[in-house]
Write a protein that binds this ligand. Structure first.
Ligand code: SF4
Ligand code: SF4
Length: 88
């Protein structure tokens, strides 16, 4: 499942912004958001969701509206990083 940022908890520290391997985190007018279409739960880069691990206030959570199969996350990773995950 993709991750999302709980706006009530986020303190806008910006730590997560540059840490997503898919550039899936952005900031607009001081509000940090995750593009669910770019979130792969860090498949192929980290064993766990990196943004969740580094957020100092545990503001990043699983988005229950973005439940996707592992195959989709793997396919998304291959689309985003074809050099790293070449399709056979
Ligand atoms: S879980 Fe990984 S891929 Fe998803 S938004 Fe966080 S850092 Fe990016
Ligand atoms: S690391 Fe956490 S508190 Fe900081 S901007 Fe990202 S979600 Fe918000």
């Amino acid at each position: 499942m993709a991750k999302r940022i709980n706006q009530d908890r986020c303190i806008q520290c910006g730590v997560c912004l540059e840490e997503c391997p898919n550039n899936g985190i952005s900031e607009v007018d001081g509000e940090y958001r995750i593009d669910s279409g770019l979130c792969t739960e860090c498949f192929g880069f980290y064993k766990t969701s990196h943004c969740v691990d580094i957020c100092p206030v545990e503001a990043i959570e699983t988005d229950p509206d973005q439940e996707v199969e592992e195959d989709l996350l793997i396919g998304r990773s291959a689309d985003l990083h074809p050099e790293r995950f070449p399709r056979s």
